[in-house]
Ligand binder design. Sequence first.
Ligand SMILES: [Zn+2]
Length: 202
Amino acid sequence: MQVKQVAARVLYLCLGEAASFSKDGHDSIRVSREIVMKNLGEIPRTPRKDRLIRERIHDPYKARLKLPEPALCPQCKAVYQQGRWRWGDPPAGASEVLCQACHRINDRYPAGELTLGGGFLNAHKTEILHLARNEEKLESGEHPLDRIMEVEDRGQTVVITTTGIHLPRRIGEAIHRAYEGDLDFHYEEESYTIRVRWNREA
Ligand SMILES: [Zn+2]
């Protein structure tokens, strides 16, 4: 893939409808350089940076300039240090940077969705949701960016949205281990989203 096509693809994935690219790679970049620089920082220029490109397109919310260190998310108070987010006391002189989980929460744009359903759910909703919250506590304790965004009780189903792609699977597997039923996953690499469904009728 030519560098220009790669750059167009990165743009497309990061900016969604704001950019598009044609198959032959010509006339591909339709956004201004200002937007590009704001969202992506430096565009990789050589094929040797392919690995870097893959990392950048993996999670569109992660496609940013390198974060300053140390940094503190003003919303959830997670701390960014040595290349990762964690919970802890804010180091002196930390820059304020909104973490990608809070960014997703503010945009109401979840990375993961877990849908629970079936008659068994209705009879055991409280304990199942308690288990879900407990799994979230364990996951987000270690990985601050993987959190529950919303738990929406729709009566026959409950939809849990998350800021990361690991939590829906973790919760789904814990519920499956505890209560059996049917569990399935659908991961979309292009959009970096996961959908998990768990169902048990009786
Ligand atoms: Zn945050």
